[in-house]
Structure formats: C-alpha cells, structure tokens
Write a protein of this length. Structure first.
Length: 558
C-alpha cells in the first residue's frame, strides 16, 4: 500500500521540477564551498584562546585530497541509490538493525522501482545527499587525521603512516575520528537530529499522514533554520558554540563569521541591494518587479540574484533584509511602533523562509487558507499537476519553450500552464503598463536557472513615479457592461492591456510637457493622478463601445 509521505514528496518535487532539485544540489555545494572559511577562523580562534589546537590551517591540503577521494566514492553511492532506491549507508544501518532484532523501515516508493517516474525525485534527492555526504565525510576525516597526527608531534614517514592508520578506522582512535566525520557529514547535508519542536512535527506527520501533503520535509528546513541562526550573532548563546573540542571551535568560528557578515548584510539592505519578502501592497510590488527587483535576493551590479541557495547564510540575510524593510515601513507612518516593526520582521522572515522550494507545500496551504477565493483553485491545480509523470521535467520544457509568465485561474488552467503546447492557451500576466510579462534569458536559462536571476530595468516613466512616491495599480480586468454580460478570459486580458497602455501613453505625454516640468513635486503628483484617472475612464468607455467587436484590433498581440 502506498504511503502518503512519498506521494507528498513527489507532489512537491513535481510542482517546480528540476529547478527545485537544482536548488537542493546547489544548497549542498554552496555549503561545502563555504566550509573552509570557518575552518580557517576556527584555527585562529584556537590560537587566540590558547586552547589545544583541534583545528589547523595546514589541514587544507589534506582535505583537498579527501574531497577527491570522497567524490569518487560519492559517485558510486549516487549510482547505487538511483538504482536501488536506498543509500549504501541506509542499507548498512538496516542490516545492523536486523542483527539486533529491530526492523528498519525503508523509504516507501511506488511500485516499479527505478522504472516508475514518480520514484525518480525521491531517489534523486537521496542520491544527491549521498554524493555530498561522502565528499564532506572524507574531507573532515582527512583533516581530523592530519590534526591528530600533528598534535602527537609526528613528522616525516611516521606522520604519514599515522594519518593512514587513523583514516583506516581500525584502531579505537581511528573509529572515533570516523564517527566525528560522520557527524560532520550529516550536518553538511542538514540531516542531523532535529530539536524538540521539529521532532514533535515529525511525530505528528507520522501519526497524521495527511500532513505529509503539506509538509513533506521537516528535518531539512528545521536544520537549515537552526544552522542559519548559528551562523549569526545569535549563535553565541546556542548549544553548538558552547561545546568543547573541534566541533565547538568550528561553531565559534561560524559565530565570528556570521557576526562579520551581519554588518555587510545590513549595509547591503540599507543601500537597497538586499531584499526581503518585499512590500505587500500590490502596486508597490508590481512596480519593483517591473524594474527587475526580486524578493529574497541580493543585487550584484545590475542583476538581482536569489540568495535562497546560500544556506545557511540565507537565514541571516532574510532576517536582516526583512528587519530593514519592517523598520522602513514603520518609519513612514506618522506614529511608528517598535513592536509593529518587530512583528513585521518576524512575519516577513517567515514568508521568506516559506518561499524556499522544500516548503512550497506549506506555503501553498497557508496561501489557500488565507485567501481561498483567489488561491484555492491555483493551489489545487498545483497539487493535481503532481500526478503527471515527470511533471518537473515537463514544466522545465514548458518554461524553455514559452517565455511568457502565465496567470492561470482554477485547476484546469494551472495544469495546462505547466505543459508545453498547452500553456499558450492560458492568459498571460499583464504589467501595470499593459505589457505581457516575460521571463529573462533564453530557453536554457529559463529552464534551469537556480538563482532566479533578473536584470535591472531602466524605465524613465517608472523611475519618475517612484521618485514621486506615486503608486500605479495593475490594471483591473473588470468592466461594467450593459445587461451584465460576463467577459471571457481573453476579453479580461484585453481590458487590462488597453487600460495599462492608455495610462503609459498619457504619462509619457504629460511628463514630456514643459508645463509639467515647471511644477513642484506636489503639483506633478496631482497632475499625474488626474491624467491616470481620465485615461482609465476614457479607455473603459471605448471598450464598452467596442465590446461587440472583441478582441479589439488595437489590443497588443499576446
């Protein structure tokens, strides 16, 4: 009988497909790339405190050798997991449990094994973990053996022999180092034991399997969040930094680095180069998105790049960016409140964390509960699309072939929007100036861009509106028609396009006039508001007259 847990995993993976798998892989890779920096700081912390040197800079060459050895083993583990549906480590633990008279339950899959496409996402996640776990374990083991041999004062051939003996794990000391390396590798893929709250959630998911549809992953996001807090000033009071020995020194190094990074991140946020969850106001958010801004991203030159993959630094980045946005929003009010700003920071940070791929199921669920009229059909459609075999790969092909961002309504359109050839039947998303919204880049980039890269757009009309603080809403698709005639989806899109294009045309004409340029800012705002209102009213009147000739010949091609 099929367990709901793997079905929930399949649905989650299916919603965004391979790009989400890329996020999982890049998250491990980014963590490994940043691992040696804390190690260097840990060595400095050990030297400053005068404690026994459990971390040494000269370990780095040995760790590089360990990474190569781990890569070769990791690829074998990857292939084994994809073929058999279980990592070699899980198989060994199952055998050991059986010898002790216990029963180790393997991950439940659909029938058909590797030939069933629904099993591929789960196997790919496990195989990726096995690959990076092997690299991390060997890097740490080689470093531990090097540090231990150095601590014993050995040199030359005796040093090399001692390192080899320790790595083999045949002695009690070697076995202890192997256990330390296992712990380190488990942490590197965010699979260490969770805290009380996350454990309680996992127990709830076991007792109520339906929860797996909403939160198919608990351990990984919980550990990412905790490690993100450890890599910040808050880490100084957490349990990891209070440990003794090598693990404690490494945790203290993460606190030092995180504290230094907090200053840089705060500077980026204050200068508008680090974004959090962004404004809730639809007009303000639309204006930012049209200019290339993206939530939970960092601006590098003229490009916004998502920082969600840079775990666990992404946690601290989100908190700082959302704190700045929250304080900025409260500061714009006549009676700012510190408690409101703190609350804004908390809830914005929650939204930023929920935006990560492995929590999209929970995010969709909360969205549907908060606004069922607008979101329930779309969320149900995303869930239903997960039953399409290899739906992630299908969506990747669709995004490569169709650059237009679609705006589906209901279950049928949501499913069609992710299928090549059918997505064109779903109406496009329209900007506030009546333009069809498209994705950046060519087919390859659209299909597999894990960083959600977006280039900054320089639009003088938008820049002037932003300078004046004048928000222009996305055009409404509502049109009062005599007799109460309902508009089709195509007509609604045409209404939005015509209204948005009319607003842009009148804004261009007014802003270029000499009379406008002589006005002060307050006068400019008043003139633009009247011009926008008149443009929308006149466009609505023309649309009612043209209703019998839909689609209007002047509507832009979609």
């Amino acid at each position: 009988m099929l367990s709901p847990a793997p079905l929930g995993q399949s649905l989650l993976m299916g919603e965004a497909g391979p790009p989400k798998q890329h996020e999982h892989q890049f998250g491990h890779l980014g963590y490994m790339v940043r691992r040696d920096t804390p190690r260097a700081v840990a060595a400095a912390v050990t030297a400053v405190r005068g404690t026994p040197r459990t971390v040494r800079l000269e370990e780095l060459p040995s760790q590089a050798v360990g990474a190569v050895a781990g890569l070769e083993r990791g690829f074998r583990d990857f292939a084994f997991t994809m073929r058999h549906g279980m990592t070699p480590g899980a198989l060994s633990r199952g055998v050991e449990a059986g010898e002790l008279g216990k029963f180790d339950v393997p991950r439940v899959e659909f029938a058909g094994g590797a030939l069933n496409p629904f099993n591929v996402p789960g196997r790919l996640l496990n195989a990726t973990d096995a690959l990076f776990r092997s690299i991390a374990r060997n890097m740490e083991l080689y470093g531990l053996a090097h540090a231990q041999a150095k601590a014993e004062g050995l040199t030359g051939p005796r040093f090399l022999q001692r390192v080899a003996d320790l790595r083999s794990g045949q002695s009690a000391e070697g076995a202890a180092l192997g256990q330390q390396a296992d712990t380190f590798a488990t942490r590197s893929v965010f699979q260490e034991q969770t805290g009380p709250f996350a454990s309680w959630l996992r127990l709830g998911a076991q007792r109520f399997p339906a929860l797996s549809f909403v939160i198919p992953f608990i351990k990984t996001p919980a550990n990412i969040l905790r490690q993100g807090l450890e890599f910040s000033p808050a880490g100084a009071v957490m349990q990891a930094a209070r440990q003794e020995g090598r693990a404690g020194r490494q945790a203290q190094a993460r606190v030092v680095l995180g504290t230094g990074a907090a200053g840089a991140l705060a500077y980026f946020a204050a200068t508008g180069r680090l974004s959090g969850d962004g404004p809730r106001d639809r007009a303000q958010r639309a204006a930012l998105m049209e200019n290339g801004w993206r939530p939970n991203s960092v601006r590098i030159g003229d490009t916004w790049v998502s920082y969600s993959l840079f775990q666990p630094v992404s946690v601290q980045a989100a908190i700082i960016a959302n704190a700045y946005e929250g304080w900025q929003e409260q500061g714009a009010k006549a009676d700012p409140s510190t408690l409101d700003a703190i609350g804004q920071t908390f809830f914005r940070s929650i939204n930023s964390f929920l935006s990560q791929s492995f929590l999209s199921g929970l995010s969709d669920f909360l969205e549907a509960v908060a606004d069922p009229d607008r979101s329930l059909g779309r969320v149900a459609g995303r869930t239903a699309s997960g039953f399409i075999p290899l739906t992630g790969a299908v969506r990747t092909v669709q995004q490569a072939a169709d650059p237009v961002v679609r705006q589906p309504q209901g279950i049928a359109e949501t499913i069609a929007g992710g299928i090549p050839g059918l997505s064109e039947s779903v109406e496009p998303r329209i900007s506030r100036f009546g333009d069809v919204v498209t994705r950046d880049g060519g087919p390859v980039r659209r299909a597999a861009d894990p960083f959600n890269v977006s280039g900054v757009q320089a639009d003088p009309i938008a820049q002037e509106l932003a300078r004046l603080g004048l928000d222009v809403d996305v055009p409404s698709d509502r049109l009062a028609v005599p007799g109460g005639q309902a508009l089709t989806r195509e007509q609604e899109t045409a209404v939005k396009q015509r209204r948005g294009q009319a607003v842009r045309t009148v804004l261009e004409r007014v802003m270029q006039s000499v009379a406008y340029q002589r006005l002060g800012d307050e006068g400019k705002v008043a003139v633009l508001e009247r011009a926008i209102s008149r443009a929308r009213t006149r466009t609505s009147e023309r649309l009612r007259v043209e209703l019998r000739q839909w689609p209007p010949a002047s509507a832009a091609a979609r």
